[in-house]
Design a protein around this ligand. Structure first.
Ligand SMILES: [Zn+2]
Ligand SMILES: [Zn+2]
Length: 104
């Protein structure tokens, strides 16, 4: 049986943006802070790309979605926590406010 939703947490994906599109936003913010962190994030993206479960398509690039924004930003927070914990608060502010809460 196919289940819809995020590969990692099984919640339905409330914001139909894939991690690469989401990542573009995050990377431009991160790059201004510390370009090294962008490289670390790219490494993580590679890991996420190995997941492949077709649910719906990204609004922006039409690629298949497999990981929700919550799980993706969780990965980013892990990186920040390890390398630059002082950015976490700002990250939370910028990216949770930027995400509209949608229900399907
Ligand atoms: Zn998830
Ligand atoms: Zn996309």
């Amino acid at each position: 049986m196919d289940k819809e939703g995020c590969m990692l947490c099984d919640k339905s994906i409330r914001l139909p943006l894939c991690f690469s599109c989401m990542g573009e936003e995050i990377k431009s913010w991160l790059g201004a802070k510390d370009p090294r962190l962008v490289e670390l994030l790219e490494g993580n993206n590679f890991f996420l790309r190995t997941y492949n479960r077709n649910t719906e398509k990204c609004l922006s690039c039409a690629k298949e979605l497999n990981v929700c924004v919550d799980c993706y930003t969780y990965e980013v927070r892990e990186i920040l926590e390890t390398y630059n914990p002082e950015y976490i608060e700002e990250f939370n502010e910028i990216f949770s406010l930027a995400i509209p809460k949608r229900r399907r």
